[in-house]
Ligand binder design. Structure first.
Ligand code: PMP
Length: 407
């Protein structure tokens, strides 16, 4: 264990300090959604208690305060992912909405029969279904880069699949189902040679390490606030300015216009062109507080500590007879996905809950990954920087207990 002061960090997360079924809560479902520190809760409460009004609308003081806090967060996000300009930061509902926005506004107008959208076999449904919709709408086809037994995206197969028909490459940065860190730089370099724009689904990457969109060289980057200790219902679409400028608005309504008449409506400039209607102001402010909080700890330190947790959890889970870990890539986020001989993952999850241990069981919105491994589901323990080595021990003990009860 490192010098990381996890006890102090845990004091910031009031929800962690409770008993479930008489046992201390061990929250290991962070890939589905993380918890929030008091600093984020306080920022939201402070906003609603003192500063709430609609944004961009009024000359009155509260509206100005709300607008300043809302737009201030855009700059926090810009710095956080090292985007060039706040025009490139679009506030959306989450990763899902970000991908759908790009699918409908960027891809749909420029593809037709014969064109291809390239994804991988590792994707979350949020980075599959929006492309299937576009394909149905336009006649384009979806191509899938296969994955390997270790749960990695097959790079050699990718090099064969990309070509003149490819109109977009959409890839997970980190897999939610298995934890695989995809070496996206390699894929982006090849896509560049072919002139293919790249969208990255960063939902599982942003909470666990430093992301620099300019160093990556991607065209679009999508992530969700609720997986990075921020509020639900909030997310980010980063897009390169030149591409966003050329894209038509996705939704119409207030705030995204400059002037409206029945003859002709003109659209607002970036980023507001893509933010129709009253936005999630409190969620935005909460996300700003979440980023500040993560940065106060340091993304590099978070990544290093979580890696120690991953190594330890992998070893402890592997020791249990009859357990098989699914996803053994050399580079992984702190996710241990596994199956147990003769025990359905849902039963593992249910027994673990009686021991206070919260994990996710199921297909993790990545059914094609389950199909590839010919399993219906996995049990998945996903860790965050507020988890401890003792909690990993509690997981292992609860799995031993499960094996004795059901195995
Ligand atoms: N992509 C990945 C890799 C994810 O893990 C998730 C959330 N499980 C999503 C996309 C969708 O994110 P959201 O539900 O927040 O829109």
């Amino acid at each position: 264990p490192s010098s990381f002061d996890v006890a102090a960090i845990r004091r910031d997360f009031p929800i962690l300090d409770q008993k479930i079924n008489g046992k201390p809560l061990v929250y290991l479902d962070n890939a589905a959604s993380s918890q929030r520190p008091q600093q984020v809760l306080d920022a939201i409460t402070h906003y609603y208690t003192h500063d709430h009004a609609n944004v961009h609308r009024g000359v009155h003081t509260l509206s100005q305060r709300a607008t300043d806090a809302y737009e201030g967060t855009r700059e926090i996000v810009r710095q956080f992912i090292n985007a060039r300009d706040t025009k490139e930061i679009i506030f959306v509902r989450g990763t899902t909405e970000a991908v759908n926005l790009v699918a409908q506004s960027f891809v749909r107008p420029k593809v037709g029969p014969g064109d291809e959208i390239l994804i991988s076999g590792l994707e979350h449904h949020a980075n599959i279904v929006p492309w299937q919709l576009v394909c149905e709408q336009t006649g384009a086809s979806l191509k899938v880069i296969p994955i390997t037994q270790s749960g990695e995206v097959d790079f050699a197969a990718f090099e064969k699949l990309i070509g003149p028909r490819t109109k977009l490459l959409a890839l997970a940065h980190v897999s939610n189902a298995l934890g695989t860190v995809v070496p996206v730089e390699k894929f982006i370099a090849v896509a560049r040679q072919h002139g293919v724009p790249v969208l990255l689904d960063g939902a599982q990457a942003v909470p666990h390490g430093k992301v620099d969109v300019r160093a990556l060289g991607c065209d679009f980057y999508c992530f969700s606030s609720h997986k990075m200790v921020g509020p639900t219902g909030m997310g980010i679409l980063y897009g390169r300015q030149a591409l966003l400028e050329a894209m038509p608005p996705w939704q119409g309504g207030g705030d995204m216009i400059l002037s409206v008449s029945f003859e002709k409506t003109t659209y607002n400039q970036l980023p507001w062109k893509f933010e129709a209607g009253t936005p999630n102001i409190a969620g935005t402010i909460g996300l700003g507080a979440a980023i500040r909080y993560l940065e106060s700890i340091g993304l590099e330190r978070i990544a290093a500590y979580e890696h120690e947790l991953l190594v330890y959890a992998t070893q402890r889970v592997q020791e249990i007879p009859g357990v098989r870990i699914i996803g053994t890539a050399p580079q992984k986020a702190a996710v241990v996905s596994f199956v147990m001989d003769g025990i359905h993952p849902h039963d593992i999850g249910t027994i673990l809950d009686t021991e206070g241990v919260a994990i996710r069981t199921g297909h993790h919105c990545a059914m094609p990954v389950m199909d590839f491994f010919r399993i219906p589901a996995t049990a998945r323990a996903s860790m965050s920087f507020y988890n401890t080595f003792e909690e990993v021990d509690a997981l292992a003990a609860a799995l031993e207990h499960t094996r004795k009860v059901l195995g």
